[in-house]
Ligand binder design. Structure first.
Ligand code: AMP
Length: 285
């Protein structure tokens, strides 16, 4: 497994793979791996001759009062885990490599980034789409694998790839959960024991919503009322948003008669967690 920190070196490597007619799969990450990350890598391995991942805590997607500085990092541990799932290259750039002095170009996906996290994290998606556009130009993948856990991010990336005619396929993967249902996240390490218990309100409320849907409830407000009441009944929990949206436009909907998704962002004390459920899908909680 190779560690590459230079953009030029990464581009030259990818070019040589492509010239041999081989396929590159790419998994962009911010590191501090859990099984969710590893599931994307395993999927990438299945699709490709060459599996590239990136580890980069991208400063442009964090707001001024967010956790950029304290975001968990452990490169040595990540390296071992990546090697274990057969990663060929870790692209591991420094900030000055990605955003040198006088950097001034940003990618902005419009409508689908406006609702949900677009309201509570202004500028976040511009940072995400910009860094992904850069990473795609650096790694030149045939396939890019993302998790459904960051549902709005996945919709925005797919939109960008389509709108800017990027020559790659975006693949979305199921949410990997702890055995008690908590969606895996690098940020779960922030949770103290009693907060961890409260954090289960997210996945459990998704299950509640699924049960209502399975009993033919189709009114979004009725489902959301129950979901919010359930989450708010847990200590330390403050709802940032709980919304039911159309899976493609990410606009709020009143009636679940098309493809719809319940999206949650909840702060457990200072830790902001997200989770979601696409109605009609399986939910292993
Ligand atoms: P991050 O390092 O948090 O930026 O995540 C890197 C990739 O892993 C993104 O595509 C995420 O959606 C995905 N991911 C994060 N958590 C999970 C999870 N629990 N299950 C599946 N994919 C995940």
């Amino acid at each position: 497994m190779n560690i590459v920190c230079s953009i030029k070196e990464m581009q030259a490597f990818s070019e040589s793979i492509r010239n041999r007619g081989q396929k590159i799969a790419f998994v962009p990450t911010m590191g501090y791996f859990h099984d969710g990350h590893l599931s994307l890598m395993r999927e990438g391995r299945r699709h490709s001759d060459c599996l590239v991942i990136s580890i980069y805590v991208n400063p442009t997607q964090f707001g001024p009062n967010e956790d950029f500085e304290k975001y968990p990092r452990d490169f040595e541990r990540d390296k071992g885990l990546a090697e274990g799932v057969g990663v060929d290259v870790i692209f591991y750039p420094e900030d000055k490599e990605m955003y040198p002095e006088n950097y001034q170009t940003y990618v902005n996906v419009e409508k689908v980034t406006q609702n949900l996290c677009g309201i509570s994290r202004p500028g976040h998606f511009q940072g995400v789409t910009t860094v992904c556009a850069k990473l795609f130009n650096i790694v030149k993948p045939h396939y890019a694998i993302f998790g459904n856990k960051d549902f709005q991010q996945l919709v925005a990336i797919k939109r960008m790839v389509q709108d800017l005619d990027m020559d790659l396929e975006v693949i979305g993967m199921t949410i990997v959960r702890e055995s008690d249902g908590l969606a895996m996240s690098s940020r779960n390490v922030y949770l103290k024991q009693n907060e961890r218990e409260s954090a289960l309100s997210l996945s459990r409320s998704l299950k509640l919503a699924k049960q209502m849907y399975d009993k033919e409830e189709r009114d979004a407000l009725t489902i959301l009322e129950e979901v919010k009441k359930f989450i708010e009944g847990h200590p330390f929990s403050r709802i940032d948003y709980a919304k039911i949206c159309d899976t493609k436009t990410l606009q709020d909907i009143d009636c679940l008669d098309g493809e719809s998704v319940l999206l949650l962002a909840v702060k457990i004390n200072k830790t902001r967690l997200i989770d979601n459920y696409v109605f009609g899908d399986a939910l292993n909680i």
